[in-house]
Design a protein around this ligand. Structure first.
Ligand SMILES: Cc1cc2nc3c(=O)[nH]c(=O)nc-3n(C[C@H](O)[C@H](O)[C@H](O)COP(=O)(O)OP(=O)(O)OC[C@H]3O[C@@H](n4cnc5c(N)ncnc54)[C@H](O)[C@@H]3O)c2cc1C
Length: 386
């Protein structure tokens, strides 16, 4: 029976919850707001499937990258609505227009982020855009399996740990399944985001939240909150407290700081990331509307790419060069030195006060991340030469 003794060893992927033949596992929120499995020992039949399916306890081999592109969707409107180059929308469009189902993260009516499957083109917009807290898998693995067994084309997109969880749950390869992993810095909990938003929206009802608004530019993005009273809140990411706490690793899930799914080898048939640093590496590709780094990691990924390639602009890039400015793809974030202080006070003080209390050693922390980044680049220069 699965028992989480060390929280860093559970990503909350829901594989155990989905696999349990007795349905006796609940995903229960801890005081930081992250979900962990809790087994009802009365109902448990000790079959051991929950441990067997765990992608942390039994990590499968990842896929080797085959091709790497700097790329963007030729449709500027969709590209501007997307976080990076808008490649995901083309993938989901290709899927649903061929009678398929595409799974990804959407907001529910309470602004929880939940994984759902969509089958209509009109619904793709709900999945568009990076949402910066953890999405809840719920029953989406089980639904995806039902659809796969009925031979329906399935696209499943998610963070690398979610894709690893799905593949472990399915336990076999399906020809009609293509997995997309998004590059992932790490995930905060919805509890933390709701604390921030409840204090900053001052009772205004929210219509939409865009964490990657490109009104200024892709690489100088803003957080934009639309309220039902038609007033908007827009703030540059670099000035916004929530985004800053996120990128400085104050409140990520414990497993994110020891992520087992970082690296050039990937969980998805296709990987989607931001092509940070494109202006230096491929200046001709760079504009302010957003460029994706697109990794093709399998034959299935290549087939999918061939189906959408007429609708994208793309150029070959070198993997080592292109990830130099995207350390999150390959290295776990460094836990903020005073993360525990943030969570100690989160229920007692305001969001900004909790950040302030946790902030004291932030310069030291930033220096540690910088040094790690430099070391990584140095190490890879040697690997490239070998
Ligand atoms: C939590 C988080 C951290 C990220 N960290 C990095 C990073 O370090 N480096 C980097 O290059 N890019 C990062 N990204 C961005 C990611 O690379 C882009 O979303 C991706 O490049 C796809 O962009 P797009 O323009 O093709 O399509 P978009 O339309 O912008 O992509 C939407 C896709 O993101 C998925 N998605 C959105 N929110 C979530 C969520 N909370 N959980 C799971 N899936 C979600 C949707 O299901 C859909 O598949 C992160 C995204 C998220 C959600």
């Amino acid at each position: 029976m699965i028992e989480i003794k060390n929280k860093a060893e559970c990503t909350g992927c829901h594989a155990c919850y989905s696999k349990c033949p007795q349905s006796c596992i609940d995903m229960v929120e801890d005081k930081e707001g992250f979900l962990y499995p809790n087994v009802d020992s009365e109902k448990c039949i000790q079959c051991g499937l929950c441990e067997k399916v765990c992608p942390i306890l039994h990590k499968a081999e990842s896929l080797k990258v085959k091709k790497v592109y700097g790329a963007y969707n030729k449709n500027n409107k969709i590209r501007l609505q997307s976080s990076s180059g808008g490649i995901f929308s083309l993938i989901s469009q290709e899927c649903v227009s061929n009678d398929g189902i595409c799974f990804g993260a959407i907001y529910d009516e309470n602004f929880n982020i939940v994984h759902k499957g969509i089958e209509k083109e009109e619904e793709i917009y709900k999945m568009r855009g990076s949402k910066y807290y953890q999405s809840i898998i719920g029953s989406s693995f089980k639904i995806a399996k039902e659809k796969l067994e009925k031979n329906k084309p399935v696209i499943f997109s998610g963070t690398p740990c979610q894709i690893a969880g799905l593949k472990s749950f399915l336990d076999k390869d399906y020809e009609n399944l293509v997995c997309i992993d998004i590059a992932c810095h790490g995930v905060p909990s919805s509890k933390v985001f709701k604390k921030y938003i409840n204090e900053s929206c001052k009772n205004n009802e929210i219509k939409n939240i865009n964490f990657r608004d490109k009104s200024i530019s892709w690489d100088n993005y803003s957080i934009k909150i639309n309220y039902k009273n038609n007033q908007d809140f827009v703030q540059l990411g670099k000035d916004n407290l929530y985004i800053q706490g996120f990128v400085n690793d104050y409140y990520l899930r414990p497993s994110c700081y020891e992520c087992r799914f970082k690296g050039i080898d990937r969980e998805g048939d296709v990987t989607l990331a931001d092509f940070w640093g494109v202006d230096k590496i491929k200046p001709d590709l760079y504009d302010k509307k957003g460029i994706s780094l697109l990794l093709i990691n399998s034959e299935k990924g290549l087939n999918l790419f061939n189906k959408i390639k007429n609708n994208i602009y793309y150029e070959d890039v070198n993997i080592y060069e292109s990830i130099k400015n995207n350390i999150s793809m390959v290295e776990s974030p460094q836990k903020a030195l005073r993360r525990d202080v943030f969570f100690k006070y989160i229920d007692k003080v305001t969001f900004s006060q909790a950040i302030e209390l946790a902030n004291i050693n932030s310069n030291i922390n930033r220096m540690k991340v910088y040094l790690k980044f430099k070391m990584y680049n140095l190490k890879n220069r040697f690997i490239e030469r070998d």
